[in-house]
Design a protein around this ligand. Structure first.
Ligand SMILES: Cc1cc2nc3c(=O)[nH]c(=O)nc-3n(C[C@H](O)[C@H](O)[C@H](O)COP(=O)(O)OP(=O)(O)OC[C@H]3O[C@@H](n4cnc5c(N)ncnc54)[C@H](O)[C@@H]3O)c2cc1C
Length: 434
């Protein structure tokens, strides 16, 4: 049986901080190597942290499993909480989803706030350590080509090797994993992309209780041309307002342009908040080229002693808010597989996590491919299913049973197949449902 003495995690983002927790059950020591110094604000390595980060309830539940009490801790520290569709408003295709009880819980927080809480939890786990800022520059291998550690360039000082029985790449979308694997004599995963040329702009405002009639959030999207926005009550008594547009239709990052873009959305909710609330800082822009997937699951002989997870494997269009929850789901697979004795089999890991990535990828790219300008394959069975999902979304405007079922699937709480259950199907297909 291979030694389970030391695991190294590359990156202290969402995936890394969650992976460290499950690795600590299987390895005597876990070292997270992160190139940024700790910060309670937006870090250089996570520029997306300035923008809306909705935590789906499916992801929140896994985080709670890994770090019990996390939800209450976030709420006690100032994250608003409520029930989606009851305390928050969803406008899909320009119309509001029918309000109803969903049996789910939203915890609304800025990304740095959530990440700081997870980091505090991770470093408090016995055996887990975050190395002083350092950048991983490559992998170390032995004669049998198994990965045996990483090379690290500390902020100051010379590059050094850090030996590990397992290396977990959680270095995010910009991971250099393909270069690292090639340099170590391994095949690199092929990449798949669906480009959407998405633009975000985000501004914070001071929140007062009367804004948005006391509700906690509103999210809005339009079709056929996608424009949207989200206005979330977050930590620090603030509104986080993100506006977004696809295929080059980007929201301006100057105050007047930002406000004018908000005024074009099909409901005045966000524009009203912007008009009534005091801004805290200027709008900040962000560009996202497209969904990106590295097909580790297709490697015939993946390197032993190494796995990748999180955005390094599958980074999907953020409009569907799946990224953090997908990372959490992958970590749950890691935990299950580490529960068996012996070395982790990377092929089994990639096979099982690929199913999760497939689901997230389908949700994001299929919605994107509904726009004729987006390049990609549109097989007939997928188009038939897309037609049904569109009916589900339209029926969800009127029918609370359908809106509840849809939102639970969108939150990765229930399986997509529940949308085909007879009680939903009948309501979606009956005349006049849409
Ligand atoms: C604009 C935008 C909005 C988003 N909105 C949402 C949302 O609403 N909901 C949601 O769930 N997800 C959202 N996401 C996705 C979410 O940000 C990611 O899915 C999530 O952060 C993935 O976690 P990760 O740990 O894989 O990567 P990251 O969180 O990006 O962390 C990677 C870490 O690795 C470090 N690192 C990188 N290279 C090295 C190296 N060589 N050595 C050492 N350290 C390194 C980085 O500094 C960073 O800390 C959004 C993404 C974007 C771009």
């Amino acid at each position: 049986m291979a030694a389970r003495e030391h695991a190294v995690v590359v990156g202290a983002g969402m995936a890394g901080l969650l992976a460290a927790r499950v690795l600590s059950d299987a390895f005597a020591r876990v070292t997270i190597v992160e190139r940024d110094a700790p910060s309670s604000g937006v870090r250089r390595g996570v520029p997306q942290g300035a923008h809306l980060h909705g935590l789906l309830d499916g992801g929140r539940r896994i985080m709670e499993e890994l770090y019990p009490g996390l939800t209450d801790e976030l709420v006690a520290a100032g994250a608003p909480t409520g029930e989606p569709l009851r305390d928050t408003r969803w406008y899909l295709h320009g119309r509001r989803l029918a309000p109803t009880a969903t049996g789910m819980r939203s915890v609304l927080a800025s990304r740095p706030f959530l990440e700081s809480a997870l980091r505090a939890r991770a470093v408090a786990v016995p055996g887990v350590d975050v190395a002083g800022p350092g950048t991983v520059t490559g992998l170390c291998t032995d004669g049998s080509r198994a990965v045996t550690g990483v090379r690290v360039r500390p902020r100051s000082g010379r590059e050094e090797s850090l030996a590990a029985d397992l290396v977990v790449d959680a270095s995010g979308r910009g991971s250099r994993v393909a270069d690292w694997l090639r340099a170590a004599g391994h095949a690199a995963p092929v990449q798949e992309r669906v480009d959407v040329d998405l633009g975000y702009a985000t501004r914070f405002y001071r929140r007062r209780p009367e804004h948005l009639d006391g509700q906690l959030a509103v999210t809005v999207s339009t079709i056929p041309r996608f424009r949207g926005g989200g206005c979330l009550a977050v930590d620090g008594g603030r509104w986080l307002v993100t506006l977004a547009g696809m295929l080059g239709d980007h929201p301006p990052a100057d105050a007047a342009g930002f406000e004018a873009f908000a005024a074009t959305l099909p409901t005045p909710d966000i524009h009203r908040v912007i008009g009534a609330a005091e801004p805290l800082g200027d709008p900040v822009p962000y560009r996202f080229g497209g969904s990106l997937r590295r097909r580790f699951d297709r490697l015939p002989d993946p390197a032993r002693g190494f796995v990748a997870l999180g955005d390094a494997v599958c980074s999907v269009n953020p409009l569907y808010a799946q990224g953090m929850s997908l990372a959490a789901q992958q970590v749950r697979v890691l935990r299950a597989q580490l529960a068996s004795p012996g070395p982790l089999d990377p092929r089994t890991f990639y096979r099982d996590t690929a199913r999760l990535c497939d689901a997230a990828w389908e949700i994001a790219t299929r919605s994107d491919l509904a726009l004729p300008e987006v390049d990609g394959r549109r097989p007939l069975p997928a188009r038939v299913l897309d037609g049904y999902i569109r009916r589900v979304q339209l029926a969800a405007h009127r029918d609370p049973v359908v809106s509840r079922a849809f939102l639970r699937v969108a939150n990765l709480v229930d399986a997509p197949a529940t949308l085909l259950a007879p009680r939903v199907l009948v309501r979606v297909l009956r005349p006049g449902a849409c």
